[in-house]
Design a binder for this molecule. Sequence first.
Ligand SMILES: [Zn+2]
Length: 444
Amino acid sequence: MAARWVEELGRTPPGAELFGRLEAVDPRSCTGAELVDLVEAHARQVAYQQSRLLAAVRELGHSTAATTERLDRVDAYADTELAFALTITDYAAGVLLSAATAAVDTLPALHQALAAGRVDLAKVSMLCSELSEVEPDTARAIVDTLDPELDRCTGNQLRERVRELILAVDPQAVKERAKKTAEQRFVEHTEYANGTSALCGMYLAKERASAAWEHIDAIAKATKAGGDPLGRDIAQIRADVFADLLSGIDPTAAGAATPTPGKGAIYLHINTTTLACLDEHPASIEGFGPVIADIARQTVAQLAEHAQWRFVVEDDNGQAVAEGRLKYRPTLGQTRFVNARDVTCRAPGCRRPARACDRDHVRDYAHGGQTTITNLCCLCRRHHRAKHAGRFRIRRRARGGIDWVTPRGATYTVLPEHGPAPHRSFHGIACQAAGLRLPPRLRR
Ligand SMILES: [Zn+2]
């Protein structure tokens, strides 16, 4: 049972009072359960200080040296001033200054969420950057839609959500931005002090990068399956194949096997109406996130000849209700159904795709749990081990959500994965912009 001071920490909003309470606690004298609450309280307090930092940075950006008057724009050299003061690069200073100006002036709800400790500076900075090209009113509506998810999504989950929402609201702007960004594509070669190097292709078209990755991956997997004579793991083989291909060396001559064609898979989620060009709802490619309708249709066209087609039917809440294979005998196996329903590992914050996960019995088979779709859920190997060896417990909630109880007694709820149905969010934003009543917010 947690001590009373821990409950008080949980109830105290961040600020001077919480600071005082936290100063009085020696973490070395805490139990594991108390430490979970203590760490959470410290993180909320840090976020509060970060909101104060942004407020000060915003003022600095609009200030002049000798007066308290403010400019009506950001001073052109404020980032250099900030870089010198904080011993950070001009680039990092620019990012901080942009986040401060956007959060304070344009997205006050996000700034307030930071002050309340519901989100941290890294997430605020990412959201401000993602929303930087969006009209202010639309950006505010998107932040309102995201608000319930701020304190339960990781940065990567939030990035994916905000991109879905931007795509739904302003697909043309996203298309133009993608085109402009693609014009800046380049290859970067970096030497490291540890004697290794990095070689990265930046701002490539998603479908080309995806095809290149699938090609490297297929050769690497074929090599691994044939028993690699050099005893390399899959990541090392991929790296060698990558370097060989780009150096003009045939990887098969360098010890890699030739893949069987057609083994790679791209998982594309698209509305049938979008596929038929009846609307422009965004689609998504698993592992890459949301894509505009055009790119999705191009990908479909490129895959039409050789890909194996599967379908997933979703209900109005975006929950998968059936899955099967087109053209061939339908397989409504439990594994595929559960994969389609869960989309990713069902641990809080984990984005590991369902197909790379284990199918775990929520109620253990050894304790009478049955092998039914309601008792199965996707867990990646790490979280599967955490459940069985790490004494984490899970239980299914009504309507598909899952509660996790940690060994230290903390409880986290993972809501059902909705998959890509951003047009419903679009409806929400459109209503909000028109001052109409909002439909229930999308959650995941
Ligand atoms: Zn996981």
